[in-house]
Design a protein around this ligand. Structure first.
Ligand SMILES: [Zn+2]
Length: 534
């Protein structure tokens, strides 16, 4: 039984939900030994044909697990289907006995004449989520390829608008690599009370939307961005991929330093797609990019963890965050977006507007997916990027992927025709984030190097009073009203014991970058990077 679902880099121990396991031959039981947490060994003797039955409890709703109730079943085969060791590359068929309460089956797996779903190897089965229920099924096509939407749950979507916009999104993403490898593609849209997120698959995706958010313009656009993201993964990571991400070891962590290529580049493209498809204006795109850069540079973890380390340790850090994560880690998604933007700008300017990041994706597609039929190593990815840029990018990757240095925003973006203004704002901040819990103001995060950190405030402290004033929920608001007194007494309750802390205020430096276009001025590099602006 797999311990993880590809695309979500955390050991989830799916064997914990296996309830019974039996093996028989010609109706006679065979002896079964459990050899480790997720492996069953069958003494088959001379038996040529073995029947295996097992029961799995499925009641965890997420895009990475399986969930069954009276209304629907969302099945992620990696969380419920076992594989036979040594036979991972064998083809097989899947039969589904549809319970009477469900009327529909949606999956990207093809069907044979006998009505069974067919998979060429275990990876294909694991990578094909299955939706059972009474959902709506919508369809549209992208460059002649049939696409379906399984619309699960009650929602307030405008079907016509969504299908039109989704088609635009899919066409925009298709044009990046320029080749569509799917015979058919399926979006499983789960409409839930509150939630979001998605998971990519070979020929499908599961995406989650809050059921009544469809009429909220900004949430709707974010959802289109999510669809763009998961859809682009059908190229980037499902087919164009780091060497370590396939064939998978389903029994353990699969380490790679290139998750930033899989997730950061994809996240960059889902933002860029919104610009290319006309859903956002160029200035909004630059503002989004500024947001990514400023968040990154003001995150203490950016001075502790490199992009390569963040990718490698996803299993124990990104997927297992704690109250101190922002002080010590970065996200390979967020820094990946920043580095992908820098790389796109770099390629565009180095080639005087003849090439951009699309050309790198096309080269990787051709060389590794089409010809070599495998993933790429770090050195191969960087060599391909250098090839496209027509210049050695080793220093670029050393600096941005394997070092803690601040990227050369000014140099790279200026060369591509964007103005960059960087300053260090001195701001009064306490450095602690709080939340109201049962009427108490409780500390949730303390940023390293800030007044709260230096004064010894701890996560889980209840902030009671500051300089004799009761703190009600918003500590920062009170501090502002008190004009950030240089020296203060902070009363906290820590584990029920009242403590007085000396709180010293000093302005904290904040990295602040702004990007801009020069009016009526464009260049081949800028046009190749962001399209026609003026
Ligand atoms: Zn992703």
């Amino acid at each position: 039984m797999p311990v993880w679902t590809p695309g979500s880099y955390l050991v989830r121990e799916f064997s914990k939900s296996v309830e019974r396991f039996e093996a028989t031959t010609s109706g006679k039981p065979l002896s079964v030994t459990k050899t480790n947490k997720n492996t069953w060994s069958i003494a088959k003797g001379k038996a040529e044909k073995i029947n295996v039955s097992y029961w799995v409890y499925a009641y965890e709703f997420s895009v990475r697990t399986s969930f069954v109730d009276a209304d629907q079943a969302l099945l992620n085969p990696s969380s419920i289907c076992m594989l036979v060791q040594g036979m991972e590359n064998n083809s097989g068929t899947l039969g589904i006995n549809l319970p009477g309460r469900y009327s529909k089956i949606s999956t990207a797996l093809p069907k044979n004449k006998e009505g069974y779903y067919v998979f060429q190897h275990y990876d294909e089965l694991a990578d094909s989520p299955i939706q059972l229920g009474n959902h709506e099924e919508w369809s549209f096509d992208v460059r002649g390829i049939p696409h379906k939407v399984a619309m699960v749950g009650i929602h307030n979507a405008d079907k016509t608008r969504f299908l039109k916009d989704l088609k635009t999104v899919c066409e925009t993403m298709t044009d990046i690599v320029g080749v569509h490898p799917c015979k058919e593609y399926l979006f499983i849209v789960q409409n839930v009370e509150a939630g979001g997120g998605g998971l990519e698959h070979l020929n499908s995706t599961v995406v989650v939307m809050s059921r009544l958010n469809w009429k909220d313009e900004s949430k709707y656009k974010s959802f289109l961005g999510l669809c763009a993201h998961e859809y682009f993964h059908l190229w980037n990571v499902k087919r164009i991929r780091p060497l370590e991400l396939g064939p998978f070891n389903y029994s353990a962590e699969n380490y790679t330093e290139q998750l930033w290529v899989a997730e950061g580049v994809t996240s960059y493209y889902d933002e860029l797609a919104m610009l290319r498809a006309g859903f956002v204006k160029p200035a909004q795109f630059l503002a989004t990019l500024e947001g990514y850069v400023n968040d990154l540079e003001n995150r203490p973890g950016s001075k502790i963890q490199t992009l390569a380390q963040s990718s490698h340790d996803a299993w124990i850090k990104e997927y297992r965050p704690n109250e101190n994560s922002k002080n010590t880690n970065i996200s390979y998604y967020a820094k990946g977006v920043v580095v992908a933007a820098l790389l796109d700008a770099k390629i565009s300017s180095a080639t005087q507007g003849k090439k951009n990041l699309d050309d790198l994706m096309r080269l990787l597609w051709k060389t590794y997916y089409n010809e070599k039929k495998r993933g790429f190593s770090v050195a191969e990815f960087e060599a391909a990027a250098s090839d496209v840029a027509g210049t050695d990018l080793k220093i670029f990757f050393d600096k941005h992927v394997r070092s803690l240095e601040t990227p050369d925003y000014q140099g790279v973006f200026n060369d591509a025709g964007i103005t960059v203004n960087i300053k260090t704002d001195k701001r009064q901040v306490s450095g602690m984030s709080t939340a109201l819990e049962n009427g108490k103001t409780v500390v949730k995060f303390v940023e390293s190097g800030t007044p709260a950190w230096n004064s010894g405030v701890n996560v889980n402290d209840e902030i009671v009073a500051m300089n004799g004033f009761r703190v009600n929920n918003d500590a920062d608001d009170l501090l502002k009203k008190l004009s950030y007194p240089e020296s203060s007494k902070l009363l906290v309750s820590r584990g029920g014991i009242i403590k007085e802390l000396d709180f010293k205020f000093a302005p904290t430096g904040r990295f602040s970058l702004t990007l801009g276009f020069v009016k009526d001025k464009t260049s081949p590099a800028l046009e190749k990077w962001l399209g026609k602006i003026n």
